[in-house]
Ligand binder design. Structure first.
Ligand code: PEP
Ligand code: MG
Length: 554
C-alpha cells in the first residue's frame, strides 16, 4: 500500500531530527459510563503524585538531578489540596470526568492569566497532572497501550515532566500544538538534545498512535508517513547526534583547563530556575548572566519589588552556593515591553529610580546565599554606575548584608571608548558581544544577517582586545564574555586569543564549549587573534580560524 506523506510546518524549538511511531500523550479520555466519585478522584491524584515521585527517583538515580526536580514539582501539584478538593467536588455530578477536567482547567486558567511567565509555566504543569488523573480515572486497570520502544510524543501542550518521564525510555522526539521556545518543555528538550517542534497544526493530534512521524526541528517540519528515503536520512543523522551529545557530556567532570593548562571559567546564561538546574547538571560553575527582563516582556508597568522577588526567588534558591551575576532589566532593542517606547534602554531605567530600587532590593535580599554580583546592561558612560551603586549600597544596609560587587556590561561602542574611566568605577566588566557586534556593524539585533560569527570582524575583535587589556590594567577580576560569541566555534578561539578566560553561554552549549576550550591552546589562539586583527572582514577571519584551528569534535 502506498501512502501520502502529510507535512506540517512548526517552530523548531530544540534542534535535531528523529523518526519513529507517534504516541499521543494527551489522548482524550472517554467521557461517559464511568462511575466515579470523590474518593476515586482523591485516590487518582494520590496515585499520580506517587507515580511522579517514582519517576523523579528513577531519573535522579540516572544522575539527572535537574530533571528529577522538575518532575517532583508535578508530584507537589498533584498533592495540592486546593486542586484536589476542587476536582473532588466536581466529581459529585453525573458527568464526573468532564467535570473533573473542567475543574483542573479552571485552576490552570487562573495561573495562565497571571502576569509573570514563571507562574504561567505552572499552568502547563497543572494540565499535565490533570491529564494523568483523568487517564487513571478513565482506565482504572491501566487501559492505554504503553508507547513503543522508540516513539515521538505528540500533545496539544507539553510539560517538562512529559519529556523527562520518557527520557531513556524510547522517546526520540516531540511535537506540540501550543508552546514556544521559552516554555519549560523547550528548555528541557534543548538541554537533553531532544528534537522538539511546537506550533504545529492541531490536525497532528488526530493521528492514530504508531503512525510513522518524522520530526525535523532544524527545518521546522513534522511529516506523517515520510518516504523511506527521508526516514533513512533522518535515522542516520539522529543516531550520530545522540552519540555526539553523549561524548560531549562525558567530559562534565573533567578539569576546566585549556590544552596548555590555562584555567577557564564556564558559566551559563539563564532566566529561570529550570535553566539553573540544567546548567549545574551540565557542569557550569554558576551563572554569568541572569537575564531578568525576559519574564516581563508583556508587562504594562515597571515590575515592583514583589514582581522581581517572585521571579528571582526560585532561580536564586536553585543557584545557592554558586556564583551568580544578575543583570538589571535590559529593556532595549528587541526586548521592549508595551509600556515603554523604543529605544528605551538604560537611560529610561535610570530615569525611574524607584524601578531600580525595586529590582536591586529584591536581588540583594534574595541573593544572600549565592556569590552575588549585580550587572548593569548597555552602559554608555561611567556616570551611569553611580545611581546603581547607591541603590545597591542602600539595599545592603537595609537588609544588613555586605554590598555585592557592581559591574558593567560592555556592549556599546561608547562604553569601549571610555573603558579606562569605566574600569575605575566598576568591580567587574562583562562583554556583551551580541549588542557590540550589532552596533559596530550597524545591524539591527533582529536582522537575520546579524549572526554570532560576525563578532569575528576585526573591528569587533579590536574593541574586545581593548576591553580585556583595560580590565587587566585596572586590576579587575578576569572578565567574562556573555554574548553568544563565547560558544561559537569561530569566535571562541579568537576570544581566548584576546585574553578572555571566562565565558557564559546558553545552557545547551555548555558541554560543547567545554569540549572546545579543553582542546584549544592559548598561545596558538593569541597568534591567531593578532593575525585576525590585520584582516579585512569576518569572512576572512573565519577562513583563517578554519585553517589554523582544528578541534576534533565527537
Ligand atoms: C549581549 O548583548 O551580548 C548580551 C549577552 O545581552 P543580550 O543578548 O541579552 O542583549
Ligand atoms: Mg546585550
Amino acid at each position: 500500500m502506498t501512502s501520502v506523506a502529510h507535512r506540517w510546518a512548526g517552530q523548531g524549538v530544540a534542534p535535531g531530527a528523529a523518526v519513529a511511531g507517534s504516541w499521543r500523550a494527551d489522548r482524550p479520555v472517554p467521557a461517559g459510563a464511568v462511575h466515579i466519585g470523590p474518593a476515586e478522584v482523591e485516590e487518582a491524584f494520590a496515585a499520580v503524585a506517587a507515580d511522579l515521585d517514582r519517576v523523579a527517583d528513577r531519573v535522579r538515580a540516572q544522575g539527572r538531578e535537574a530533571a528529577a526536580d522538575i518532575v517532583a514539582v508535578g508530584a507537589l501539584i498533584a498533592a495540592d489540596p486546593d486542586l484536589v478538593d476542587s476536582a473532588k467536588q466536581a466529581a459529585g455530578g453525573d458527568q464526573p470526568l468532564p467535570a473533573v477536567r473542567e475543574a483542573v482547567e479552571s485552576y490552570a486558567t487562573v495561573l495562565d492569566l497571571l502576569p509573570d511567565d514563571a507562574l504561567r509555566q505552572r499552568a502547563a504543569d497543572v494540565r499535565q497532572v490533570g491529564r494523568r488523573v483523568l487517564e487513571r480515572l478513565a482506565y482504572p486497570g491501566g487501559g492505554r497501550d504503553a508507547p513503543a520502544d522508540r516513539f515521538v510524543l505528540v500533545a496539544a501542550e507539553l510539560g517538562p515532566a512529559d519529556l523527562i518521564e520518557h527520557l531513556g525510555g524510547g522517546l526520540v522526539g516531540a511535537v506540540a500544538v501550543r508552546g514556544g521556545a521559552n516554555s519549560h518543555a523547550a528548555i528541557v528538550a534543548r538541554s537533553v538534545g531532544l528534537p522538539l517542534v511546537m506550533g504545529v497544526d492541531p490536525e497532528v493530534l488526530d493521528l492514530p498512535d504508531a503512525t510513522d512521524l518524522l520530526v525535523d526541528a532544524d527545518a521546522g517540519a513534522v511529516v506523517a508517513e515520510p518516504s523511506p528515503a527521508e526516514v533513512a536520512r533522518t535515522e542516520v543523522a539522529s543516531a550520530r547526534e545522540v552519540e555526539r551529545r553523549g561524548r560531549l557530556a562525558a567530559e562534565r567532570g573533567l578539569p576546566h583547563v585549556t590544552a596548555d593548562d590555562q584555567p577557564f571559567g564556564l558559566y551559563a546564561n539563564v532566566s529561570s530556575d529550570v535553566e539553573v538546574r540544567l546548567a549545574l547538571d551540565s557542569g557550569a560553575i554558576g551563572s554569568g548572566l541572569v537575564r531578568t527582563e525576559l519574564q516581563f516582556m508583556e508587562a504594562d508597568r515597571w515590575p515592583s519589588e514583589a514582581d522581581h522577588r517572585r521571579v528571582l526567588a526560585p532561580l536564586l534558591a536553585e543557584a545557592a552556593g554558586r556564583p551568580v551575576t544578575v543583570r538589571l532589566l535590559d529593556f532595549a532593542n528587541d526586548k521592549i515591553p508595551p509600556f515603554l517606547t523604543p529605544p528605551a534602554g538604560l537611560p529610561v531605567l535610570l530615569a525611574n529610580p524607584s524601578a531600580v530600587t525595586a529590582q536591586v532590593r529584591a536581588i540583594v535580599d534574595l541573593g544572600r546565599d549565592v556569590g552575588l554580583r549585580i550587572m548593569v546592561p548597555m552602559v554608555s558612560s561611567p556616570d551611569q554606575l553611580a545611581p546603581v551603586r547607591a541603590a545597591v549600597e542602600a539595599a545592603a544596609v537595609s537588609f544588613g548584608v555586605p554590598a555585592p560587587p557592581v559591574g558593567a556590561m560592555v556592549e556599546t561602542i561608547a562604553a569601549v571608548r571610555e573603558i579606562e574611566a569605566l574600569c575605575q568605577v566598576v568591580d567587574f566588566v562583562s562583554i556583551g558581544s551580541n549588542d557590540l557586534t550589532s552596533e559596530v556593524l550597524d545591524l539591527n539585533r533582529v536582522d537575520p544577517r546579524a549572526r554570532t560569527e560576525l563578532a569575528a570582524h576585526p573591528r569587533v575583535l579590536s574593541l574586545i582586545g581593548r576591553v580585556v587589556e583595560a580590565a587587566v590594567a585596572a586590576g579587575l577580576p578576569p572578565l567574562t564574555v556573555c554574548g553568544d560569541a563565547g560558544s561559537h566555534p569561530t569566535t571562541l578561539p579568537l576570544l581566548l586569543g584576546a585574553g578572555v578566560r571566562s565565558v557564559s553561554v546558553a545552557v545547551a552549549r555548555i558541554d560543547e564549549t567545554r569540549w572546545r576550550l579543553r582542546r584549544l591552546d592559548t598561545e596558538q589562539c593569541r597568534a591567531l587573534f593578532t593575525h585576525a586583527l590585520r584582516l579585512g572582514g569576518a569572512g576572512e577571519v573565519a577562513e583563517l580560524v578554519d585553517e589554523r584551528i582544528e578541534v576534533t569534535m565527537p
